[in-house]
Design a protein around this ligand. Structure first.
Ligand SMILES: NC(=O)c1ccc[n+]([C@@H]2O[C@H](COP(=O)([O-])OP(=O)(O)OC[C@H]3O[C@@H](n4cnc5c(N)ncnc54)[C@H](O)[C@@H]3O)[C@@H](O)[C@H]2O)c1
Length: 349
């Protein structure tokens, strides 16, 4: 990751819960001084002022500043994603759009078409790909140390606040679904899902998804707002969370824990005896302290986005995969949950 001052001017749209995290990341990259912050809420603008953004660089309507910037960073609620994305891309700007990119597949298709027409770099905010634990896990997989992947599992659950505008599928599970896609580089061909609104808020507080791939690989993703939660939540004071991902392969297994910063890798192979198969456990490798603060993870992801702009090479979190494919997957998950049936995604796999 290169963190250097580069000649880009950023318009950060949305300075609510998560916008300040992006602002800190831009500052750490040397792009904070010229950054413009836009927010429709006077309280959010006051927060930006209190955080040291100069008054001249704080506006209510992001549109009035589009001409002054080359990057638009959209950290607004999902309902406003397309409004900001469309204006930014029609103005020919590079766009960092927070996750989930869109609320449905038709918006996702429109976003992809706008991005293709603009010809600029568009990255979706699936920043787990830039966490050093995730990259260490991917390195293990691609090195062949785990053998062929067989089973993947991701969990993001615990007792913490639930947004009212979006359920855990599009707020939390999408991160793990994206991580799965990035780790094994393919889309599932069948899914089965359960979504539950256990808190009676009109949005799901639990999402359990099983994904199957054409080669037999299986993944299980769980995201929820109820559950034991083994660690203090980094964003929600008083909240508790478990945030883990594991991969089982033909030669062993590895697990990462985003709270403790630990990666555990155990090599194992089964040997068949007459009436039983016994695992032969080889070395257990525990790598600890692969920690990274969340603003640092955001900075890594924003830096990769800027690298893509500078190198004219969109290698970040691509808009089709993380926008269109993810929207198709989320809608299939909803269909499965509604019908209690397995949904085929053959055309997408
Ligand atoms: N990648 C991650 O890990 C991560 C984490 C948290 C949030 N997010 C995403 O970030 C986005 C914002 O989440 P949040 O928690 O900050 O939401 P929020 O509701 O706390 O804040 C959003 C801000 O956007 C402002 N806003 C809304 N419409 C606007 C418009 N048209 N122009 C300018 N400002 C506008 C609101 O006034 C508010 O201040 C969401 O898409 C969310 O999914 C991503």
């Amino acid at each position: 990751m290169s963190i250097v001052a580069r000649a880009h001017r950023v318009l950060l749209v949305g300075y609510g819960g998560y916008g300040p995290n992006h602002a800190e990341a831009w500052r750490s990259m040397g792009l904070g001084d010229q950054m413009i912050v836009a927010d429709t809420d006077p309280a959010a603008r006051a927060d930006a002022l209190a955080a040291g953004i100069t008054e001249n660089n704080i506006v209510e309507d992001f549109r009035q500043c589009l001409d002054a910037v080359d990057i638009v960073d959209a950290v607004v609620p999902l309902a406003a994603h397309m409004t900001v994305a469309e204006a930014a891309l029609n103005a020919g700007k590079h766009l960092l759009l927070e996750k989930p990119a869109t609320a449905n597949t038709s918006d996702a298709a429109r976003l992809a078409a706008l991005a293709a027409h603009a010809g600029t770099v568009v990255q979706i905010g699936y920043q787990l790909r830039y966490h050093p634990l995730a990259t260490a896990l991917k390195d293990l997989l691609t090195s062949g140390a785990l053998g062929d992947p067989v089973y993947l599992a991701g969990e993001s659950s615990g007792f913490k606040r639930l947004r009212s505008d979006i359920g855990v599928l599009r707020n939390d599970a999408v991160h793990l679904l994206d991580l799965t896609r990035w780790l094994i580089g393919k889309a599932p061909n069948r899914i089965f899902a359960v979504l539950r609104d256990d808190l009676g808020r009109g949005v799901e507080s639990l999402a359990c998804v099983v994904l199957r791939y054409t080669d037999g690989v299986v993944a299980r993703i769980e995201a929820g707002r109820t559950g034991i939660g083994h660690n203090p939540d980094p964003f929600v004071p008083g909240g508790v969370t478990t945030h883990m991902f594991s991969v089982v392969g033909s030669e062993g297994a590895a697990e990462i824990n985003f709270h403790t910063g630990a990666l555990v890798h155990r090599r194992a192979r089964f040997h068949d005896e007459e009436r039983i198969s016994r695992p032969e456990l080889k070395d257990l490798i525990v790598s600890e302290n692969i920690t990274c603060s969340w603003p640092e993870v955001t900075a890594r992801s924003l830096s990769a986005f800027v690298d893509s702009i500078d190198n004219d090479d969109a290698t970040g979190v691509p808009v089709y995969e993380a926008g269109v494919d993810m929207a198709i997957l989320c809608e299939a998950i909803e269909t499965s949950a509604e019908t209690a049936m397995t949904v085929s995604l053959e055309a997408n796999a």
